[in-house]
Design a protein around this ligand. Structure first.
Ligand SMILES: *[C@@H]1O[C@H](CO)[C@@H](O)[C@H](O)[C@H]1NC(C)=O
Ligand SMILES: *[C@@H]1O[C@H](CO)[C@@H](O)[C@H](O)[C@H]1NC(C)=O
Length: 266
């Protein structure tokens, strides 16, 4: 834990004008790679754009912010590990709207803002070698998808991936997770699953959930961790993107602790 980062956060969540403008990746001189979660959080906060705009106008900024962070942190943005040897844990993650990626087959993109720091936090907690990590394939993460309540192709694909993990590795502890539109994908995917598969999911981790407060079919609420920052309009099913929606990496450790605790329960 870095108390200084948390203090900074408490300050900035109330002060949106504090943020510095976005630096283009090419202007950055000090590139740190694989320096872990605390370094990721410092870089995130130092480069946070001071925006408060409708999602329809913010997609370019979100994509650029992801690209800057990806360059500065060296975060891995594609995970396609399903189908390998069975590990104790499997996490399937759906990224947020406008996080880079495309609709091509097996794209498995996880974005930068929440996926990579969450995997770091989970690795710190349960050991990186006991994790299988998979991004949702065939999921465009477009604004149209968000406005439609979550991209239908991505939703069905996530359901298919959860089913595949269960049949290949029935003893793995499944973590279904998403950020922003990725939460809509999780809600939709779970509703498409057979009850026995949904109730097999060990935990659900949601960050900036537009469907905040809506139950997941056949997943007990005690297995669901939701992080919604006060002031994040997306959590009220709104459309405004501000710093409160871009900083869920700060809650990755709490989510990982929740998942690990859930995994210990009988
Ligand atoms: C993704 O979509 C393409 C085109 O519709 C399809 O051919 C492919 O099988 C899909 N891939 C996955 C992993 O579902
Ligand atoms: C997210 O994390 C920050 C920093 O630790 C904390 O202050 C905040 O209460 C957390 N918020 C939620 C909704 O989990």
């Amino acid at each position: 834990m870095l108390p200084s980062i948390e203090l900074f956060l408490l300050t900035f969540l109330g002060l949106t004008a504090h943020a510095t403008p976005l630096a283009a990746p090419s202007q950055v001189h000090h590139v740190e790679r694989d320096a872990g979660l605390n370094s990721f959080l410092s870089i995130l906060l130092a480069n946070l754009p001071a925006i408060n705009e409708p999602l329809t106008e913010a997609t370019g900024l979100i994509t650029a912010f992801d690209e800057t962070l990806g360059t500065l942190t060296g975060a891995q943005e594609t995970y396609n590990e399903l189908g390998g040897s069975c590990k104790e844990w499997t996490v399937i993650f759906a990224r947020g709207t406008a996080e880079p990626g495309n609709c091509v087959s097996a794209s498995a993109q996880v974005g930068v803002l929440v996926g990579p720091p969450l995997f770091d936090a989970l690795g710190d907690k349960v050991g990186p070698l006991s994790l299988t990590i998979q991004g949702v394939n065939n999921y465009s993460a477009s604004v149209e998808g968000y406005l439609a309540g979550g991209d239908p192709t991505g939703s069905s694909e996530m359901a298919r991936q959860i089913e595949a993990a269960k049949s290949q590795c029935p003893d793995t502890k499944m973590i279904a997770s998403g950020y922003s539109q990725g939460c809509q994908i999780v809600h939709n995917a779970v509703s498409e699953l057979e009850a026995t598969t949904a109730s097999w999911i060990n935990s659900v981790l949601l960050f900036g959930d537009p469907m905040d407060g809506q139950a997941l079919a056949n997943v007990p609420a005690s297995r669901v961790f939701t992080s919604c920052h006060s002031g994040d309009d997306i959590c009220n099913d709104g459309i405004l993107i501000g710093p409160a929606h871009l900083t869920y990496a700060l809650n990755a450790t709490a989510a990982a602790n929740f998942a690990a605790m859930r995994g210990e329960e009988a």
